[in-house]
Design a binder for this molecule. Structure first.
Ligand code: SAM
Length: 294
């Protein structure tokens, strides 16, 4: 084993095995070995995802879309890149706002479903099968070609995000912005457990809902569910906020928008997504960022 092999293995072990609390050992490429699994799993899940998700669920409609739409502020005729578009749910919404949309996803099954769902009424949408880690494929989308880019609930599904941020800088026009919504890395990740506690406080019955976070600082890969009942659990890549945002800042973006989103206390209790609902109105499962190319 060479010295550099040793360093690589140590970095990977720190990133993926049981990590030492507080040690940030992530290096670019540390999760690269999971790229094929991501593609395979999302292909396996694409029919289930499309059948369940259709044109949107509460997670998208209540937590993500109102903010992403506002932060993107798409104008008629603008060109928008929809990254990891899944079944094209947001691509069609952008198309109906009058944008010219280029959308891509690593899973061919998703793109097939997206094409099947899309009609002339959805505007101008071009779909591609592409891995956001494929720098050559990203470059082929052109230079300064897009007014803005969206990645709705998918950066944490990507084994690598550095190639995407690096290439987005040249894909976007100067001043162009990148809006991305995420499962909140502080509260909605594998090592943040939701709980409810029931107590009799001097005759008053009180239930408290909360989140216990046992690990945050170290990037980790854990498999989990995006939708209850999906055929195969998918890899989730947890990155703490500073690590995540620094990838964008290093690529030349500035952060100029941020919103955290929780279901309101008035949200119908029966309509929950993976256990999130009105009982957790003080804890945001979603965070949305806007970064702008300088
Ligand atoms: C949770 S779904 C979200 C889909 C869509 N953005 C939406 O809002 O409905 C995550 C998507 O990310 C895609 N994905 C994961 N890694 C990717 C990568 N490296 N490049 C492109 N797409 C990727 C998956 O195939 C999947 O369609």
């Amino acid at each position: 084993m060479t010295e550099s092999d040793g360093r690589e293995r140590t970095a990977r072990a720190r990133a993926c095995d049981v990590p030492t609390a507080g040690v940030k050992a992530y290096e670019e490429g540390a999760f690269a070995e999971f790229r094929d699994e991501v593609e395979q799993v999302w292909n396996e899940n694409s029919a289930y995802w499309d059948d369940y998700m259709g044109e949107g669920n509460d997670f998208v409609n209540v937590l993500c879309w109102p903010v992403t739409e506002k932060l993107l502020a798409v104008e008629h005729g603008q060109s928008v890149l929809d990254i990891a578009c899944g079944n094209g749910l947001t691509s069609r919404r952008l198309g109906r706002l009058g944008a010219r949309v280029v959308a891509f996803d690593v899973a061919e099954g998703m793109i097939q479903r997206a094409r099947r769902r899309t009609s002339a009424a959805d505007g101008k949408i071009e779909y591609h099968v592409l891995d956001a880690g494929d720098e050559q494929g990203l470059r082929a989308l052109g230079r300064a070609n897009f007014d803005s880019a969206l990645c709705n609930m998918a950066l944490f599904d990507m084994a690598e995000i550095e190639p995407l941020f690096r290439n987005l800088f040249s894909l976007l026009k100067p001043g162009g912005c990148f809006v991305f919504s995420m499962v909140h890395p502080c509260f909605n990740q594998a090592d943040a457990t939701r709980y409810s506690e029931f107590e009799d406080r001097d005759g008053e019955l009180i239930t408290t809902y909360g989140v216990r976070v046992s690990r945050y600082m170290t990037p980790t890969m854990r498999r989990g569910l995006a939708l209850q009942g999906q055929p195969t659990p998918q890899p989730y890549f947890h990155r703490p906020l500073d690590m995540l945002l620094n990838v964008g800042l290093r690529a030349g973006f500035v952060l100029n928008g941020i919103e955290e989103r929780a279901f309101p206390a008035t949200h119908p209790p029966g309509r929950r997504e993976l256990g999130w609902g009105p009982n957790f109105s003080e804890i945001p499962p979603v965070i949305v960022f806007r970064m702008q190319r300088q």
